[in-house]
Ligand binder design. Structure first.
Ligand code: NAD
Length: 486
């Protein structure tokens, strides 16, 4: 093997079973000849409990930024309010936009109903409902903002297709709910199709997420690479890992332009912490993705094949152990020793893994220089109101009285998205949260009219809670119609 350059990485031993599985993983990496030096940082429960609500100290950020590559054991997020998810913070702060979760079955050595399954979930990692932008707007109604951006979609779609091509995968399936969320999920799907045109060698399809997830749970062998927005990806990848045999067997890579983080997909398993029985495989498979990322594909290959051989030889930790399928029940350390003993061996049942010299993709996002944004035209405003009286007719009358001096008109009122004025139905259940759509009387609205409108509504004792401007982008309407609106 040609001499490899040593790479300095950041390591966190985490909580619960974290220290046990991290020690086992690093021992295997060392025995396989991985050229890494480690800087250890402390994250998780102890840091949270010391009063740091982010779960990570400032100096640890410096280490993370300096090294660029992070191997992380699971952590425990203390119950109760005020603690931020460290995973989400790290992903978003370091711009780790792509989450790659290979999920496959290891039949007949690990029990599964889906012996042919071998797929990769590629999850957008920064956007969607995970922005954590939530508000209580009225006594009765709470809101969570779903943000999807074109650059976010372009980056993840491009990553996904490049990944598929590099990994020799044949098909990419996109899951969205664009029949309902036509603008946000619609954009994700549209960009998937646009970017997909550059990859005619790869089969492409789209499924609505609900039936797609059902199909995945039933026939996972029909999928190859799955591209999904953040929230669906979180759910779908756990389903895929579980039906493959165990969430304990899945590793995950979080990749950005300058940084990357590798981990197991399972949590800190406090119920078995300290007992020496945890399966280190999820973290080890994450570490294998890391070795590929840092250009040590040959070492990754050696470990992966030794690990497959260990699984084939029926050497299993307790949660996988099955009478008749397994040969020997082992603890964390014994399992690690079994993998070390098999370094350099190839599996005989499973196809040996080959990474060669390939590295994880390094894609830089650049908006095309020929792009000119469309002209943005303000044509109205949605004003959201808190109002206890559930009578839409009288609310419309008050709104019309308040706004009749302005160059706009009340077009509709909806309650939780359903049109209740004009021509509402008495059967529609109403809360104290109303969306009132005002449209410009002319082609375009002066922004100052909106400020004036808000002032007038206030003077008429109408409690505004927020506004959303209504724009056209060129000829394209930049807002959805109300349910029931023509
Ligand atoms: P969990 O994944 O920790 O455990 C679920 C079940 O799977 C438990 O019965 C556990 O014993 C078992 N299990 C998990 N990993 C195993 C392994 N490697 N070997 C053998 N058995 C294993 O999920 P949970 O109990 O819901 O969460 C526990 C804690 O982990 C929570 O504080 C949660 O917030 C945290 N968590 C952290 C991460 C992370 O850091 N990436 C991810 C998920 C959950």
């Amino acid at each position: 093997m040609p001499a490899m350059e040593e790479k300095r990485i950041t390591v966190a031993y985490g909580d619960g079973i974290g220290p046990e599985i991290m020690s086992a993983t690093l021992e295997i990496l060392d025995a396989a000849g991985a050229q890494i030096a480690t800087d250890v940082i402390e994250i998780g429960e102890q840091v949270y409990r010391s009063g740091n609500s982010a779960g990570i100290a400032e100096e640890s950020w410096q280490t993370l930024l300096q090294n660029g590559v992070f191997l992380k054991a699971p952590i425990t997020t203390p119950q109760g309010g005020g603690y931020k998810s460290l995973n989400v913070t790290i992903r978003k702060t370091l711009g780790l936009y792509a989450n790659i979760r290979p999920c496959r079955s290891y039949a007949p050595f690990v029990r599964t109903k889906h012996p042919e399954m071998d797929l990769v979930v590629i999850r957008e990692n920064e956007e969607d409902l995970y922005g954590g932008i939530e508000h209580r707007q009225t006594d009765e109604v709470y809101q969570c903002l779903k943000l999807i951006s074109r650059p976010g979609c372009e980056r993840i779609a491009r990553y996904c297709f490049e990944f598929a091509r590099q990994a020799g995968r044949k098909k990419v399936t996109c899951f969205t709910k664009d029949n309902i969320m036509k603008m946000t999920d619609g954009l994700f799907r549209q960009v998937f199709s646009e970017v997909g045109r550059d990859y005619p060698d790869i089969e492409q399809e789209h499924w609505i997420i609900d039936i797609g997830a059902a199909k995945l749970a039933d026939t996972p062998e029909a999928f190859d690479v799955i591209l999904v927005p953040n929230l669906y990806g979180d759910i779908v990848s756990d389903i895929a890992a579980q039906i493959g045999g165990s969430v304990g067997l899945a590793g995950s890579a979080n990749i950005g332009e300058s940084f990357a983080m590798f981990e197991a997909i399972h949590g800190s398993a406090p119920d078995i912490a300290g007992k020496g029985i945890a399966n280190p495989s999820g973290l080890l498979l994450g570490a294998i993705q890391m070795l590929v990322h840092i250009g040590q594909g040959k070492v990754a290959e050696k470990i992966h094949n030794g690990w497959l051989k260990t699984i084939e030889d029926g050497i299993h930790t307790g949660e996988l152990y099955q009478e008749g399928l397994s040969k020997k029940r082992v603890g964390t350390k014994e399992f690690a020793n079994a993998v070390k003993e098999r370094l350099g061996e190839s599996p005989s049942h499973f196809a040996p893994v080959q990474y060669g010299d390939s590295t994880t993709l390094d894609l830089r996002y650049e908006r095309s220089s020929s792009y000119t944004p469309p002209q943005q035209r303000l044509v109205g405003v949605d004003v959201f109101l808190a109002e206890d009286n559930r009578d839409a007719e009288s609310l419309a009358e008050r709104l019309n009285n308040a706004s009749n001096s302005l160059p706009l008109s009340l077009e509709m009122i909806t309650n939780r998205g359903t049109k209740v004025w004009p021509h509402g139905r008495p059967e529609t259940f109403c809360t104290d949260h109303w969306r009132c759509r005002f449209s410009a009387s002319k082609d375009e609205l002066e922004p100052s009219v909106i400020w004036k409108l808000l002032e007038l509504l206030h003077q008429h004792d109408l409690r505004t809670i927020k506004t959303e401007n209504l724009y056209y982008f060129g000829d394209e309407r930049g807002f959805s119609l109300g349910q029931g609106q023509k």
